[in-house]
Design a binder for this molecule. Structure first.
Ligand code: ADP
Ligand code: MG
Length: 419
């Protein structure tokens, strides 16, 4: 950024606002300073901002502005004029118009005319001439330019590709989904835990060994079959957050402990149907991966810090389905808590690649199962590099779709049968 001004104060305001918005004001090279100085009074400053001082009129503005526009040292020039004489604003505006019309490079020119209504019409464009934007205050100009820069970066960014996902059992997934939907009415509902686990596995997502046990002794047998420490979680329609009501027992070891945990977690709710017995996954950073529907954008994929503090911290990011490889990379890195996954302080490093892979698999799930209206994998435990990302808690809500909404899926028997 180059700044030209006839008043020091607004020049400083502009410099501060530009830098606060991530724009840089380099010092001009000696050659450019010499060129500036050639037609400016000795009291003028040839730094950045270029300060023409109050005596600077149209001639000085035209000289300084065209010098910066042609310097190849800046991408944009902000000219600030504070009225000092009657008719001055119009004369300076006309001078800037000449600078812009003569400039053949791609340098952006924008202006701040502090309290001069007449200038804007002189700066306006026409069929053959582009408009020179005019703002009342430096802060507005800085913000507008910063937004334009950000938009330009976004346009230039590599959008990536939606990758082909390996190890997916699409037919089995459609089969599970359609039989679950058969048992639901039009508004749909939450899937049974067995179906959730099976679906996640169809998409190559890693889930610890999990068994539903409907009695104390079934739970003991399931835990015994798993070997190591287990987790017991109550299965019920009422418990949305199982751990909040005491419906989760972690790191349970031994038959007696399993029996006690069974009694405890099933007593936590009035409508316990049994428990999930699950392998205990020691360690790992907790993240959340999910999906939600937006009226404007359709399905969104969600990523954030997970576990019981998700709502408290609100450290989440959204992308529109389907995700590209670049989306997945950006999502993981855009949350504030990302340093945790990189091994913040003395924390272990997490398997970031596995998290990206899991995001892409969830996106693929939404592609092949458009009946998924809401999905909440929380937490996904992120193990050390090579260890993967393990989904230890998951909820999926489905509702039938109108096959007309998704013509590309209409020839799948399970979709065409719905409705
Ligand atoms: P809810 O979210 O309904 O309270 P979760 O199944 O997410 O229930 O369990 C609550 C917490 O218990 C999780 O955030 C996680 O920290 C821990 N947890 C759950 N399952 C496991 C598991 N298999 N291994 C280790 N920790 C677990
Ligand atoms: Mg949970």
């Amino acid at each position: 950024m180059g700044v030209v001004t006839n008043a020091g104060g607004p020049g400083i305001l502009a410099a501060d606002a530009l830098e606060a918005n991530g724009l840089v004001l380099p010092a001009p090279s000696p050659a450019v300073r010499d060129r500036l100085a050639a037609a400016l009074p000795a009291e003028a400053s040839t730094g950045n901002p270029v300060d023409l001082i109050a005596s600077g009129g149209p001639v000085e503005f035209e000289h300084a502005t065209s010098t910066l526009l042609g310097s190849a040292e800046v991408d944009a020039v902000l000219v600030i004029y504070v009225p000092v004489s009657p008719g001055g604003a119009e004369e300076v505006a006309a001078a800037l118009r000449r600078c812009q019309d003569a400039h053949e490079g791609g340098v952006t020119l924008l202006t701040v005319f502090m309290q001069s209504a007449g200038a804007a019409s002189l700066l306006a464009g026409s069929e053959s001439r582009s408009t020179i934007p005019a703002y009342l205050f430096p802060e507005q100009a800085a913000l507008a330019l910063a937004r334009a820069v950000r938009y330009g970066e976004w346009l230039r960014r590599d959008p990536g590709v939606v990758p082909k996902i390996e190890r997916i059992d699409a037919l089995e997934a459609r089969h599970i989904a359609s039989s679950a939907l058969d048992g639901m009415d039009e508004v749909g509902g939450w899937l049974e835990p067995e179906d959730v686990t099976a679906l996640l596995r169809c998409f190559g997502l890693s889930v610890p060994a999990t068994t539903v046990a409907r009695s104390r002794e079934d739970a003991v047998a399931a835990a015994g079959a798993m070997g190591g420490p287990v987790v017991l979680k109550v299965v019920s329609d009422s418990a949305l957050h199982k751990s909040d009501v005491g419906g989760v027992a972690l790191d349970v070891i031994g038959e007696e402990a399993v029996r006690r945990a069974y009694d405890a977690v099933t007593a936590a709710v009035p409508d316990a149907e049994g428990v999930l017995v699950q392998e205990f996954v020691a360690d790992g950073h907790e993240v959340l991966i999910g999906s939600t529907e937006s009226a404007d954008f359709g399905s969104l994929v969600v990523f954030g810090l997970g576990g019981v503090t998700t709502e408290l911290l609100g450290d989440v990011t959204f992308r529109i389905h389907p995700l590209t490889d670049v989306d997945a990379r950006e999502m993981v890195r855009s949350i504030r808590g990302f340093p945790i996954l990189e091994g913040y302080r003395n924390l272990p490093v997490g398997d970031v690649t596995a998290v990206e892979d899991a995001l892409l698999r969830v996106s693929e799930m939404l592609t092949l199962l458009p009946e998924i209206r809401e999905m909440d994998l929380n937490p996904v435990k992120v193990l050390p590099p090579g260890g993967g990302a393990v989904v230890v808690d998951a909820r999926i809500r489905m509702a039938a779709i109108d096959p007309g909404d998704r013509p590309e899926l209409a020839d799948l028997p399970s979709v065409s049968r719905q409705r």
